[in-house]
Design a protein around this ligand. Structure first.
Ligand code: ADQ
Length: 761
């Protein structure tokens, strides 16, 4: 209806314009046709005059007048000639035919004949006057005046005008009709184009077309495409702002996770198994203190356990751990809220040495990270690894309150445990999460016990990695070394008839709550505190690195980049400072001790080369920091530098992002960290390329606040939505579905069995 109104509004002016054009064109056309006729009559007159002139010259002078009259009277027999007169050179009428008006003198006739439109209105009608010399060679020749009837041209002119009006009317109607049809079609095109744009199909179409498929539905026509780009940009900005303000519609949080446990998992018991414990009790000068270890695994899993309750089984490694447990080696944690139970397992020095230092950290860790440190595999370590896995598996069975608990197995320390638990608790849902990368089959193949490790892991119901790439590597490894059925479509591997779902679940952190944020210092206060505490220059550009002191974290490459920065861009000398926090880790291993010594040596060298009494470009803080100290650093920094040579995910970069609610600060992130796949708005670098990392440091130090804001706002959106509750929630939801399917299958099988037993009976 609307489009018809619009077209009428468009058509009325069109018709008016056409009518005006016709009214203006008709007199012009009239004049033109008359001029053509006049020219035609003049030519015709000239011909008649010439014929008569020849006849006149043949007449003998004596018989002249009578013969002349007869001749002229014969001439006017032509119906178009009204009359003819013969005039002398002095404009005296010599004779004239009957139809020649008596009132018209030769002089008048001649004057009219000389006009452009030689027309004379007589009472009998309009005539055209032509004046021609009888003998053109003679200057004072007599002249013939011919009067042509103009009624015929006039009639023709009226006919022409009528045809013209009909023609213009038909043309107008045709143009209007075509215009209406075109307008209707293009209006529909525009409307559907605009709808397509608003539905987002205009943007989807190019993608589909590149894929060689066509949607076949509405899409924006080419003339709308610039508009499309603009509308989409505005919509996206609005959407972004809305999203930034309110976050996802149903965010993953502890409450949602608890709800999932209550509903889909019917409140079943959750048991976590990890090597590292979430709380360590240590004997200090002021009595027993509780500490949180520097561990990505603990950072991620602890908030999940707070939300889910249950039991966490871990190695009791603290000096006061034994003093704080009950007779069942249990202690309720966290100390203030006591949300769940920590069950400690005690390891002998031999066990710790073989299973943890040896097989896990000297064997599997370098094997999976492929960071140019050779894995070491010892028979004795392997024996301890197996034994300790069995001890933890037994503890799981002992802690289980039912025959089908949910067991969350954490990391490479327990590759054998899933199959061991499965043996005792076949109905348990075992979710194993591998926190470090999984290498390609060739790299993994150097492990002498590769088959046993894979068999152990395939005891899991669900096997999770950070990225699809790691899942793919694992599946290919199984394909290479075991006889198993792999179903790529369903991401499952069936080994000895038992299926395992192999899926990627990118891990994350708990997004800070409002209460937590209220305790944070303002970024300016944090900066002030850090500058005062570390005695940094007032105008320092602060880069922060937070890692366990591990060779996979790329700390050496980071130092080389800082050194190159001060060389290549000397304006940063005296201003640029890398504050490197490195928590001591695995100090019992020589590889680690040597690495840490080397980092100290390189730091000293750089500080000597570019430092002064008042300025040191690298501040190496090789000690554990509590959460508040880390937050202060993150909020004080101009940039956070993550240069891992290989990292399953890396949580430090996500902590930095979560800390920057002022949307300032730049993240430099290694492309070899799993996090790089989720956080493309960071400055993504190859840490092995010193020049590239150097330039990223320079770029970050010069980045305008607006660009920082754009990048940081987007990073924050990702980390807030893809938080650790989502990580756990997705795994538990998959487990819930799995258990439901299992229960249904078991019921169906039982009924079938009962049915066949009844039949037999
Ligand atoms: P990690 O190798 O431990 O984790 P990461 O993910 O970066 O590495 O986590 C380190 C954690 O320790 C962070 O929470 C950090 O704040 C904390 N931390 C580091 N240095 C500290 C210090 N000096 N003082 C106090 N705390 C410190 C492994 C894998 C990762 C994976 C995680 C989670 O190697 O790739 O992201 O597990 O799956």
């Amino acid at each position: 209806m609307k489009s018809i109104h619009l077209q009428i509004r468009f058509l009325v002016p069109l018709m008016v314009t056409l009518t005006v054009a016709a009214l203006l064109a008709l007199p012009l056309l009239d004049r033109m046709t008359l001029r053509w006729f006049s020219r035609d009559l003049s030519a015709r007159g000239a011909m008649v005059a010439k014929t008569l002139s020849l006849a006149i010259s043949d007449i003998e002078p004596n018989a002249k007048l009578d013969r002349l009259r007869g001749l002229l009277e014969r001439g006017v027999l032509d119906e178009r000639l009204v009359g003819i007169a013969l005039c002398s050179a002095t404009n005296q009428q010599i004779l004239s035919t009957k139809g020649f008006p008596g009132s018209l003198t030769c002089k008048e006739a001649r004057e009219i004949a000389l006009q452009q439109n030689p027309r004379l209105e007589l009472s009998s009608g309009a005539v055209h006057i032509g004046d021609f010399p009888v003998n053109p060679q003679q200057a004072d020749s007599d002249r013939l005046v011919l009067l042509h009837d103009l009624s015929l041209p006039d009639r023709r002119s009226i006919d022409t005008r009528r045809y013209m009006i009909i023609f213009i009317t038909v043309l107008g109607l045709a143009v209007a009709g075509i215009t209406m049809i075109v307008a209707q079609l293009s209006w529909r095109g525009w409307v559907s184009g605009m709808r397509a744009i608003l539905r987002g199909e205009g943007l989807v179409r190019p993608l589909l077309q590149t894929g060689g498929t066509s949607t076949g539905g509405d899409s924006a026509p080419p003339e709308l495409q610039p508009l499309e780009v603009e509308i989409r940009q505005h919509l996206r900005e609005l959407e972004d702002n809305l999203y930034r303000e309110h976050g996802p519609l149903t965010p993953w949080d502890p409450e949602r996770l608890r709800g999932l446990l209550r509903t889909q998992l019917r409140g079943d018991q959750v048991i976590v198994v990890s090597n590292r414990e979430p709380y360590i009790h240590i004997k200090g000068k002021e009595g027993i203190q509780v500490s949180r270890p520097a561990s990505g695994l603990v950072t991620a899993v602890e908030p999940v356990m707070r939300a889910c309750s249950g039991t966490w089984i871990a190695h009791g490694s603290g000096s006061a751990d034994r003093e704080t447990v009950d007779e069942h080696d249990r202690v309720a944690v966290p100390p203030d809220t006591q949300d769940y139970v920590l069950r400690r397992i005690w390891l002998t020095e031999e066990e710790e040495q073989g299973y943890y230092q040896g097989f896990a950290n000297e064997g599997l860790w370098p094997l999976c990270h492929v960071a140019h440190v050779r894995p070491v595999f010892r028979e004795s370590d392997w024996a301890q690894y197996r034994a300790v896995n069995q001890r933890f598996a037994d503890a799981v069975v002992a802690e289980a309150r039912s025959d089908d608990p949910i067991v969350l197995v954490q990391d490479y320390h327990f590759a054998l445990l899933p199959a061991m638990v499965r043996e005792k608790l076949p109905k348990a849902t075992i979710i194993t999460f591998w926190h470090i990368p999984w290498p390609n089959p060739e790299s993994f193949g150097i492990c002498p016990w590769r088959r046993e490790l894979l068999q152990g892991m395939l005891g899991s119901t669900i096997l999770g990695f950070h990225t699809r790439f790691h899942c793919k590597n694992f599946t290919e490894t199984v394909d290479r070394y075991l006889e198993a059925r792999i179903e790529h479509e369903h991401s499952t591997i069936s080994y000895q008839g038992e299926p395992t779902l192999v899926q990627s679940y990118p891990i994350s952190i708990a997004w800070p709550t409002d209460e937590e944020r209220l305790r944070w210092p303002a970024p300016s206060e944090a900066r002030r505190a850090v500058i005062d505490r570390l005695k940094l220059p007032e105008d320092a550009c602060i880069a922060v690195g937070v890692d366990r002191f591990d060779y996979t974290k790329g700390i050496l490459e980071r130092l080389h980049a800082v050194e190159r920065l001060l060389e290549k861009y000397p304006q940063w000398q005296g201003r640029f400072v890398l504050v490197q926090v490195a928590a001591p880790t695995r100090n019992a291993l020589e590889e680690y001790r040597e690495f840490q010594d080397r980092i100290h040596r390189v730091t000293d060298r750089i500080n000597q080369r570019f430092g002064t009494d008042a300025y040191q470009p690298v501040r190496l803080l090789a000690e554990h920091h509590d959460h508040a100290a880390l937050m202060e650093l993150y909020r004080a920094a101009d940039m956070c530098v993550v240069t891992s040579l290989h990292d399953g995910m890396n949580l430090v970069c996500k902590e930095f992002i979560a800390a920057r609610d002022d949307e300032q600060g730049v993240l430099i992130l290694s492309r070899f960290a799993g996090a790089a796949r989720e956080l493309p708005e960071a400055l993504v670098i190859n840490p092995y390329h010193v020049e590239e990392t150097t330039d990223a440091l320079h770029r970050a130090a010069n980045m305008p606040p607006q660009e920082q804001r754009e990048r940081m706002a987007s990073l924050r959106m990702t980390v807030r939505e893809f938080n650790v509750y989502r990580w756990a929630g997705r795994m538990l939801a998959d487990a819930g579905q799995w258990r439901l399917r299992e229960r249904i299958t078991r019921r169906v099988q039982r009924r079938a069995r009962e049915g066949s037993e009844a039949m037999n009976a």
